[in-house]
Design a protein around this ligand. Sequence first.
Ligand code: COA
Length: 388
Amino acid sequence: MARDVAVIGVGMTKFGEFWDRGYRSLITEAGSKAIIDARIDGKDIDAVYVGSMSPGRLIGQEHVGALVADYAGLVGVPAARVEAACSSGGLALHQAYLAIKSGLYDIVVVGGVEKMTDVSTEHATVALAGAADQEWEAFHGITFPGLYALMARRHMMDYGTTEEQISLISVKNHANGKLNPYAQYQYDVTLEDVMKSSMVADPLRLMHCSPITDGAATVVLASGEKAKKVCENPIWIKGSALATDTLSLHGRKSITKVEASAMAGKKAYQMAKVKPSKIDFAEVHDCFAIAEILAIESLGFCKIGKGGEMVENGETWIDSRIPINTSGGLKAKGHPVGATGIAQAIEATWQLRGQADKRQVKGAKTGLTQNVGGSGATCTVHIFSEEK
Ligand code: COA
């Protein structure tokens, strides 16, 4: 495992609701931007991976690995779609990392894309529920807001976490999203706005939910040797880990601890030889506000059960102890499911290059991204560093 892997280029579309744009236009924009940023040419690209959760159900299109290579002008280049529900992007990044680490490829383009708003919310909800256990969960009518509501209610019962604490996550993520020109929602919300928003699945309200989003994101990875030749400011991937848990919630010892996140986090910390206290910022998977609390606990930024307090103490804002979701997170930046894991890697790259503008975390040297599939059955964790 001697080879180093670096991010040498990034590019993304704005996230939002784009009725005048299609799947291929989104991923082509993100891909072109990343290739221009990396200053490479089509002939330099050894392979393409695309994270996409449900194009078949959402737009009727399967076989998107070949589609993306075709529309990128890369016919002939190995290209594959990777799927792990909302962690499809994180998994694509992990696969691309492994492909370079193994020595098979030197430069790999890895994208994530989803076109979700061409269908009704009901249709998108059913497509998303495809990531839950069909026989034990979806068959009985529960969808993702309901599953995360169960986790939230249990966390409140076990640890005294309050609705205010959960709501403060949305307030912070909207404040960060306001500073991000790529975010779907670029406006502030107050605690009252969040707590008075309409109920979706008790105790989770509209303002605790990530929205339904169109968007695409792409990063270009290179081996250490190539990166040094073509790039002035490579960002190094120091840890890349994947773990799984039971598909359904009822199979778990605890529904308030995301074991896959804890396992992937532990592996990634070992690979990067860092402790949670050395992480300067993190992009975590806040598909519902409670998920941000579960993430910061499972990744060791606080003790289990103390996430709510940590949020209430203001420790997760930009310029505080450990800035979480400087991009606005899934809540404000938006959540085009297959693109999310790659967009997190882009925010980490911008932060470590010092290009995050008003969201910049001062002196950021090491960042972490955590991307969850379903209610936690898949989790990828990546650790990025400006130093090799
Ligand atoms: N946060 C803030 N505003 C939201 C929002 C959200 N999550 N979702 C929708 N809105 C806004 C829209 O922008 C729109 O505003 P406008 O009237 O000013 O244009 C308004 O609410 C109505 O939008 P609409 O699309 O009709 O909302 P909806 O009621 O159909 O859907 C949710 C709302 C919460 C049900 C939907 O966003 C959802 O299902 N989110 C979760 C997605 C999910 O499960 N992802 C996978 C996670 S595992």
